[in-house]
Design a protein around this ligand. Structure first.
Ligand code: AMP
Ligand code: TRP
Length: 332
């Protein structure tokens, strides 16, 4: 059986990178796989979250997924903390994965920055919880953006080591699914930085909750250079900001980047940006309206997440029971 698991942190500001790198792909996969999508609230608290914001953001991410086209009947949608088996398996993986493996994780280095000694233990162990999220459902495929590739390699190594150590063929080795024209959307202010929820400048990203005027303003202010659009992609090699905007256009219109470059060849970026605004508003506008409508009735979202938790628990509980038996935890 082919099963998908993927997650998003409910830390606010769901943005265009989340949409193009992850959520839109999930919408497309929902008819081919059994899918489980999770608001990973336990991952979120690896850095400080105000409790009220965490609750609101958990609902908002769920609303974003549904508004983007994920069918909550067909797929399982829930928040991580409602399924205890994630944390139970994460502890076991804390004892399987090695310090050296986690020490190599670039996301930890980026997030902890210069203050490594002051980072939470949870932030360091975060990839083990992520491995547990996936493997507690024996998921086979994990659709994510480019930035999660290293964490998935660790999940595969952990599954393999568990199987070897205990002499079982229990966990599958999950495959990443990274596809589309925008697997790594960059900041609108700095083409060397990825678009992220936590960038202090709101002008660095397009949020899924931004209205048409805000999108227009952010695209107009997006950093570019003085040159017009080249006719081939080679002409964009040392122009990260221009290349990023072109990638966003290609992804939003479901076309090839080279094809879009050829269409705008020789034209100024001011003209290109005007068309990008129209395109972004036409794709994000309806999602935005639907998100707002869903957020007006939180009881509907909560009912979906409650049902999702029941369905998720029904899959995860027998798997964690088997894991406990394999490990040798006495069940008196
Ligand atoms: P996060 O916001 O870190 O929880 O990410 C949720 C999903 O969005 C993951 O699959 C990420 O890989 C993806 N993602 C986050 N930021 C970007 C980005 N700038 N470009 C493409 N995908 C992204
Ligand atoms: N670490 C992922 C991110 O920051 C979120 C995540 C948590 C996830 N658990 C997961 C993604 C399991 C895929 C599968 O984006």
């Amino acid at each position: 059986m082919q099963r998908i698991f993927s997650g998003v942190q409910p830390t606010g500001n769901l943005h265009l990178g989340n949409y193009l790198g992850a959520i839109r792909n999930w919408v497309r996969l929902q008819n081919q796989y059994e899918c489980i999508f999770c608001m990973v609230d336990q991952h979120a608290i690896t850095v400080w979250q105000d409790p009220k914001d965490l609750i609101r953001n958990t609902r908002e991410v769920a609303a974003g997924m549904i508004a983007a086209g994920i069918d909550p009947e067909k797929n399982i949608l829930f928040n991580q903390s409602t399924v205890p088996a994630h944390a139970q398996l994460a502890w076991i993986f804390n004892c399987v994965a090695r310090m050296g493996w986690l020490n190599r994780m670039t996301q930890f280095k980026e997030k902890a920055g210069k203050h490594k000694e002051n980072a939470s233990v949870g932030l360091f162990a975060y990839p083990n919880l992520m491995s547990a999220d996936i493997l507690v459902y024996k998921a086979t495929h994990v659709p994510v953006g480019e930035d999660q590739k290293q964490h998935l390699e660790l999940a595969r190594d952990t599954a393999q080591k568990f199987n070897n150590d205990y002499g079982v063929d229990f966990f599958p080795l999950p495959e990443p699914l990274i596809f589309g024209a925008a697997t790594r959307v960059m900041s609108l202010r700095d083409g060397a930085k990825k678009m992220s929820k936590s960038d202090e400048s709101d002008y660095s990203r397009i949020n899924m909750t931004d209205d048409a005027d805000t999108i227009a303003l952010k695209v107009r202010k997006a950093k570019t250079d003085l040159f017009p659009m080249p006719d081939t992609l080679e002409g964009l090699e040392d122009r990260p900001e221009a290349s990023n905007l072109l990638g966003i256009y290609a992804a939003l219109s479901d076309r090839d980047k080279a094809d879009v470059a050829a269409q705008f060849a020789g034209r100024q970026f001011s003209e290109f940006k005007a068309e990008l605004v129209d395109l972004a508003v036409s794709v994000l506008g309806p999602i935005n309206t639907e998100m707002k409508r869903l957020m007006d009735d939180t009881s509907h979202i909560d009912a979906i997440l409650k049902k999702g938790a029941e369905r998720a628990n029904a899959i995860a509980e027998p798997i964690i029971r088997d894991v406990y038996d394999i490990v040798g935890f006495l069940r008196p």
